[in-house]
Design a protein around this ligand. Structure first.
Ligand SMILES: Cc1cc2nc3c(=O)[nH]c(=O)nc-3n(C[C@H](O)[C@H](O)[C@H](O)COP(=O)(O)O)c2cc1C
Length: 446
């Protein structure tokens, strides 16, 4: 028996939700994209549920079908989260910031400012952005992976060194003695990399947690594992099965071990989409009402997952016994096993798709108990340390999760009933760090 508890984070994107069409829901104010009060409401709901952090992905570019789909990011993660920090007290903020396009000095300054303003609740999801539309906004081509990762190592090391350049006890604040700072403890870092550099120091004191917590996200390439293993305290992943998650988590933990760290210092967080409803039927109907068109367009993909021809005219009829007898989970897609399982429960293709079997993450639709069972199964199988939750519609989906799922997890003893502390570091259960980790060799960017 362990007293380890599930860590929950919540994605905060556009003020609407993570289900296609959330912005069109009748109970959602279409102005929410630019209304920080809406995001504050959603953040407070998550805080009521003892979520450890909000997670803001960031692809700062306009792309896709904007006539019908929303822009899936906050106006600006750090500015938005700073406003939210003033209206919350415990929830942390894991903001995505690109090592490909940002200068480490700006990154160090802005994230540490958020950390100080929020009293130690900031985290930095350091990503090696490779998105062409984002690159165009910065007026640069997308560099090769090797170069993006070398730049990422340099950026993180410089950022951490800048964070530590105002030493813990540098600030004397002796009014009578006329000594503001001990200059020997606010010193330049003088780091010159191949891609980025900074002299420093950074004129920001430590926060209650010292400095922001580093996260990273992406697929388990050797490049990313090397980055995560050395610097990250959180790893945000996208996986569909327990087996896949266990294998990837083992790789991430091993990367930390190889970097000379304790693998428990890095928390592996998997994605999860939710539609909480009194019954499965009501949940499916809610999803179909908002995203029916997108769901229908995925029918050919469902056929590929099940290795079946599905007649569009039989969209609303359960698969026949003959079809089920020959249906197979395609080895080409990790989502196919779940699609087959749902098909065998007797649902029509429309309803199989409404279960979210082709969504970005495993999806649970229905009563709180189904959600709690999913989380418990993954957690107890060693597939993750926690989840980044993607509610379908923020306006009522966060409260529904907090009221219907969180109490079950607490009753089962696998989720905190109170925040362990007031800083993000405490609430994640990761160790203190200030400045660059002395176990990580400075200047080594392989
Ligand atoms: C779950 C998840 C979340 C991600 N979030 C972001 C993001 O918010 N912004 C971004 O630029 N890249 C994001 N990425 C992309 C990766 O960090 C990385 O840039 C991309 O996978 C290309 O890197 P690669 O060269 O290692 O493949 C995310 C990836 C995953 C799997």
């Amino acid at each position: 028996m362990t007293d380890k508890k599930i860590i929950l984070g919540m994605t905060l994107t556009d003020g609407y939700g993570n289900l296609h069409g959330a912005w069109r829901a009748p109970h959602v104010d279409p102005d929410n994209y630019a209304n920080i009060d809406a995001s504050i409401r959603h953040a407070r709901a998550a805080e009521r549920g003892k979520f450890a952090f909000l997670f803001t992905p960031d692809f700062p570019a306009v792309s896709g079908d904007v006539e019908h789909t929303t822009l899936r990011h906050t106006l600006d993660p750090l500015v938005s989260l700073t406003a939210i920090a003033r209206e919350t007290s415990h929830i942390g903020f894991v903001a995505t910031g690109s090592t490909t396009f940002q200068e480490p000095f700006n990154q160090a300054r802005q994230f540490k400012a958020l950390d100080v303003i929020s009293h130690g609740r900031a985290g930095w999801n350091a990503v090696t952005t490779a998105d062409a539309a984002v690159a165009a906004n910065y007026g640069r081509p997308v560099a090769e992976r090797e170069e993006r990762y070398r730049r990422a190592h340099e950026s993180i090391q410089i950022t951490q060194a800048l964070w530590g350049s105002w030493e813990h006890d540098a600030w004397i604040k002796d009014q009578a003695g006329d000594r503001f700072i001990d200059p020997s403890k606010l010193r330049p870092i003088g780091l010159q990399g191949e891609h980025v550099a900074s002299r420093g120091p950074l004129a920001i004191p430590p926060s209650e947690q010292g400095q922001p917590v580093i996260f990273t996200s992406g697929g388990p390439s050797p490049h990313l594992l090397s980055l995560a293993g050395r610097y990250a305290s959180g790893f945000i992943s996208e996986v569909w099965t327990i087996e896949e998650a266990r294998a990837q988590r083992a790789m991430v933990r091993n990367a930390a071990r190889e970097a000379g760290r304790d693998p428990d210092e890095i928390k592996y967080i998997v994605g999860f989409m939710t539609t909480v409803a009194p019954t499965v039927r009501e949940g499916l109907d809610r999803r179909l009402a908002l995203a029916g068109d997108i769901i229908q367009a995925r029918l050919p993909h469902l056929g590929a997952l099940l290795e079946l021809q599905i007649d569009p005219r039989r969209y609303d009829e359960p698969l026949t016994p003959q079809q089920l007898a020959v249906a197979h989970a395609s080895p080409m897609d990790p989502r196919s096993g779940n699609a087959l399982k749902v098909a065998r429960e007797g649902f029509s293709p429309r309803d199989i798709l409404a279960h979210g079997v082709i969504d970005y993450h495993p999806t649970v639709v229905g009563p709180g108990k189904l959600h709690a069972d999913h989380l418990q199964e993954w957690f107890e199988a060693g597939a993750c340390d926690g989840f980044w939750v993607n509610p379908d519609v923020y306006e009522d989906g966060v409260d529904a999760f907090v009221d219907e799922v969180v109490p079950l997890l607490q009753e089962r003893g696998i989720y905190p009933t109170e925040y362990p502390g007031t800083t993000l570091r405490e609430n994640l259960g990761v160790p203190a760090q200030y400045g660059i980790d002395p176990r990580i060799m400075r200047g080594d960017t392989r």
